[in-house]
Design a binder for this molecule. Structure first.
Ligand SMILES: [Zn+2]
Length: 255
């Protein structure tokens, strides 16, 4: 049905995509890339957190997947950020990694850390299925997120299919062997992310306290790459963003 997309405006197409996904996910909020950035800016300004100069009092960290289909929305590209991307958008960099944020903050009285977590997943709008995408120049679908599919597979082998001393092996040991295995790709993604969110927020509290920062805001959104038949043929997709659970705001009162 999206074959008529060329005669539709982008806004109309996005409205249709949003409605479909909202229905599929029992009424969840779905944002276009533009709405996602506006929502993020509004959320931060309500807490007096500023990522842009001249009144910058915060630093941004982004955790997304290294996959070539992942794009940082346009409205965020002019902001400097620390890139924490790992395969699967799963953070395993420990406290040392997050401390980079504390050390790179601009000087001033207020010091905030903003961590944007962007796990991703493919969505076939014709078949209403999550977990797959058609990559440019390929004739058949592949997993998206591919790292999540591999990590689920690893649960069957106790991680023995993963080479030691590699990123995915570490991710498996820190997160994936604890996450609840779900057959549905959407639920499996959420399960991995929930496990990771817990690890991240606990570690961020320590980093904020030890470095006497003002606080942090952990903001997770699922990045959904949407395709229909005509988009698959072109290897294109449209992204939408779903705010996830465990959005976490922490202010350091002992400062
Ligand atoms: Zn991925």
């Amino acid at each position: 049905m999206f074959l008529q997309k060329y005669v539709k405006g982008k806004e109309e197409l996005y409205a249709e995509i949003k409605e479909k996904i909202k229905q599929k996910l029992n009424g969840r909020t779905v944002y276009t890339p533009y709405e996602f950035v506006s929502n993020l800016r509004l959320t931060l300004s309500q807490k007096d957190i500023e990522l842009n100069s001249p009144h910058q009092n915060a630093i941004l960290g982004i955790i997304s997947c290294r996959d070539e289909v992942v794009k940082i929305p346009e409205g965020l590209r002019n902001i400097l950020y620390v890139n924490f991307s790992y395969f699967g958008s799963l953070y395993v960099g420990g406290k040392e990694g997050l401390e980079v944020l504390a050390h790179h903050l601009p000087e001033g009285t207020d010091k905030w850390v903003v961590l944007l977590h962007l796990p991703h997943i493919g969505y076939d709008i014709e078949n209403e299925t999550f977990g797959y995408i058609r990559r440019k120049g390929q004739q058949s679908n592949s997993y998206c997120c591919g790292a999540h599919a591999l990590l689920k597979e690893s649960r069957k082998t106790g991680g023995k299919n993963l080479n030691p001393h590699t990123e995915l092996h570490v991710i498996y040991q820190v997160i994936a062997n604890k996450a609840k295995v779900k057959d549905d790709p959407y639920e499996w993604t959420r399960s991995l992310y929930k496990e990771n969110a817990l690890y991240l927020t606990e570690t961020l509290i320590e980093v904020v306290k030890e470095n006497a920062l003002t606080g942090f805001f952990y903001l997770p959104y699922l990045q959904v790459h949407v395709q229909d038949k005509s988009m698959k043929e072109e290897g294109t997709h449209y992204d939408v963003f779903i705010p996830l659970e465990f959005r976490f705001f922490y202010q350091n009162d002992q400062r």
